[in-house]
Design a protein around this ligand. Structure first.
Ligand code: UGA
Length: 460
C-alpha cells in the first residue's frame, strides 16, 4: 500500500520507517531540506534506538523515500499521515497548531482524487473538525479529503516497538464517514466505517494480523481527547508521587519504598511512580498546558485547574534539586564544581526539550557553580541550547575535581558507575541522586554521602 507521512521528527520519521517495515511504500515529507537530505542517505537526525537499522534497510530497499515536494506527495498516495509538531505557543499555554494546518492547506489543493488525511500529532480537541473545514474549502471540485484522527502513544526511546506493537489503536472518524454516525467500540472492524476507515484498516492490517491489539473507533473529538488525557494522567501520576516525595522529605520517610508498596496494588501500579526530578520533554509539559488552555476556551476551565498544580509540583522538584546541591556545598555554590550526569529529559533519548537535567545545570551555573555536564547522547543538543555550560566527554571526566556529583538522568551507564573510579577523580564525596536510580548502599560503602529527592532518611 502507498502512503505519505508529513513531518519527519521523532514521531513522523519513526512512523514512516515502521510503515515501510510493515511492507508499505512510504514517502516521508518535510519542509526542512537538510533533514530530508540526511534521511535520504539513510541517517536518522536524532537518537532513537532501533530506528537507524530499519530506516536504512528501507531506504536501501527503495520502499522508503523522502521529499520536500507536496505535489509529489499528493500524486504518490491517497493516504496521508500527518505527524508534524504542535509545540507550546510562545508566551501562552495553548498549542501551536499552525504546522498541522499548513500541511492540510498546502496539500489539499494538489489532490486530484479522494484522499484520507490521518492526523497523528497531539492536538487540542476540535482541531480535526477545523482541519476538515480547511480541507473542504481547499479541495478541487469533486474531490473529497476526509480528516481522520489517529493519536500516537509512542514513547521516545521505545518508539519503534510502540509503533509496531501498540497497546491500542484509536481511530477518530467524522460522523458521516460511518454512514449514519460512528459507533465506538473495542475491536470494531474499521472497514465498516466507510472508505476512510477501510484505508486506515489496510495500513494497520499487518500489525493487527501479527499481534492483534484493541482498535477503538470513535468520533474525532474523543480521539483527540484520548491522547491529551493519557498524557495528563501520566503527568499527574508522576506529580502525585513527587508531591508525596515532598512530604517524605519533611517526615524522614523513603518515597521509593512507599512507591513500591502502593504500586503493588494493581489499581495503582508501579509504573510512572518514579519520584525524582519529574517530567520534561516535548510532550507531557506542553500537553498539560495545552489541555488547560483548551478546557478554558471550551468553558470547562475549572475541570483542568488541578493540572496547574501538577505543573508546579513538577517544576518545584528542579528547584529542590538545586537546594540540595546548595546544601551539599555548605550553602554557597560560588566556586564549586558540580558534575551533572545527564542532559536528556530521560534515558535512551537525545531530546533536551524542557529537560529537568539541563534546567538544573543551568540554575546551578546561574548561582555561580561550575556545572560540568555529560550525557551519552544529548551533548550536541545540550550545547546548542545552553552553550555557556561546560561539557565533558565522559562521566568520569565530568566528575574530575567535582565537589558534588549529581545524577539528573537515569542512563544505565551512570547507574553502573564504579564508586571507586569516581572517588579517584572527584574532590568531594557527595552523590545527589535526582532520579532515585543509584545503588545507594554501594556508594555509602565507598565513603560517599548519598542524598536523593524524596528520601529524607538521614544521610550517612
Ligand atoms: C510521553 C508518553 O509517555 C507517550 O505515551 C506519548 O506518546 C508521548 O509522551 C507523546 O505525547 O508523544 P515521552 O515524552 O517519550 O512519552 O516520555 P515518557 O516516557 O512519558 O517520560 C516523560 C518524562 O517523565 C521524562 O522526563 C521522564 O523522566 C519522566 N518520568 C517518567 C518520571 O519522572 N517518573 C516516572 O516514573 C516516569
Amino acid at each position: 500500500m502507498r502512503m505519505t507521512v508529513f513531518g519527519t521528527g521523532y514521531l513522523g520519521a519513526t512512523h514512516a520507517a515502521c510503515m515501510a517495515e510493515l511492507g508499505h511504500e512510504v514517502l516521508g515529507v518535510d519542509v526542512d531540506e537538510a533533514k530530508i537530505e540526511r534521511l535520504r542517505r539513510g541517517e536518522v537526525p536524532f537518537y532513537e534506538p532501533g530506528l537507524p537499522e530499519i530506516l536504512l534497510r528501507h531506504v536501501e530497499s527503495g520502499r522508503l523515500r523522502f521529499t520536500t515536494g507536496y505535489a509529489e506527495a499528493a500524486e504518490f498516495a491517497d493516504l496521508h499521515f500527518i505527524g508534524v509538531g504542535t509545540p507550546q505557543r510562545k508566551g501562552e499555554f495553548a498549542a501551536d497548531t499552525s504546522h498541522v494546518e499548513d500541511v492540510v492547506r498546502r496539500l489539499v489543493p494538489l489532490l486530484t482524487s479522494d484522499a484520507v488525511l490521518v492526523g497523528k500529532s497531539t492536538v487540542p480537541v476540535g482541531t480535526a473538525a477545523r482541519l476538515q473545514t480547511i480541507a473542504d474549502a481547499g479541495v478541487r471540485d469533486g474531490v473529497r479529503a476526509a480528516v481522520v484522527w489517529n493519536p500516537e502513544f509512542l514513547r521516545e526511546g521505545f518508539a519503534v516497538k510502540d509503533t509496531l506493537t501498540p497497546d491500542r489503536i484509536v481511530i477518530g472518524l467524522a460522523g458521516g464517514e460511518g454512514g449514519g454516525g460512528v459507533r465506538a467500540g473495542v475491536g470494531a472492524a474499521l472497514a465498516d466505517f466507510g472508505p476512510a476507515g477501510r484505508l486506515v484498516e489496510e495500513a494497520y492490517a499487518p500489525i493487527l494480523q501479527a499481534d492483534p491489539c484493541p482498535v477503538i473507533v470513535t468520533d474525532l473529538a474523543t480521539a483527540e481527547l484520548v491522547k491529551v488525557s493519557a498524557n495528563a494522567f501520566l503527568a499527574t501520576k508522576i506529580s502525585f508521587i513527587n508531591a508525596v516525595s515532598e512530604v517524605c522529605e519533611a517526615a524522614g520517610a523513603d518515597v521509593t519504598v512507599l512507591a513500591d508498596a502502593i504500586g503493588m496494588d494493581p489499581r495503582i501500579g508501579r509504573r510512572f511512580l518514579g519520584a525524582g526530578l519529574g517530567f520534561g520533554g516535548g510532550c507531557l509539559p506542553k500537553d498539560i498546558r495545552a489541555f488547560m488552555a483548551r478546557a478554558g476556551e471550551l468553558g470547562a476551565d475549572e475541570a483542568m485547574t488541578f493540572l496547574r498544580e501538577v505543573d508546579s509540583i513538577n517544576m518545584r522538584r528542579r528547584q529542590k534539586m538545586v537546594d540540595l546541591a546548595t546544601e551539599a556545598c555548605d550553602g554557597m555554590l560560588i566556586g564549586k564544581t558540580i558534575a551533572v550526569l545527564g542532559a536528556a529529559f530521560k534515558p535512551d533519548s537525545d531530546d533536551v526539550r524542557d529537560s529537568p537535567a539541563l534546567n538544573v545545570a543551568g540554575m546551578l551555573s546561574l548561582k555561580g557553580a561550575s556545572a560540568v555536564v555529560y550525557d551519552p547522547q544529548a551533548l550536541d543538543n545540550a550545547r546548542a541550547l545552553f552553550p555557556t555550560l561546560t561539557y565533558a566527554s565522559s562521566a568520569l571526566e565530568a566528575c574530575e575535581g567535582a565537589d558534588v556529583v549529581l545524577v539528573a538522568t537515569e542512563w544505565p551507564e551512570f547507574v553502573a558507575l564504579d564508586p571507586a573510579a569516581v572517588t579517584a577523580v572527584a574532590r568531594g564525596r557527595i552523590l545527589l541522586d535526582g532520579r532515585n536510580c543509584m545503588p545507594a548502599q554501594e556508594w555509602r560503602e565507598a565513603g560517599w554521602t548519598y542524598r536523593a529527592l524524596g528520601r529524607g532518611v538521614p544521610a550517612s
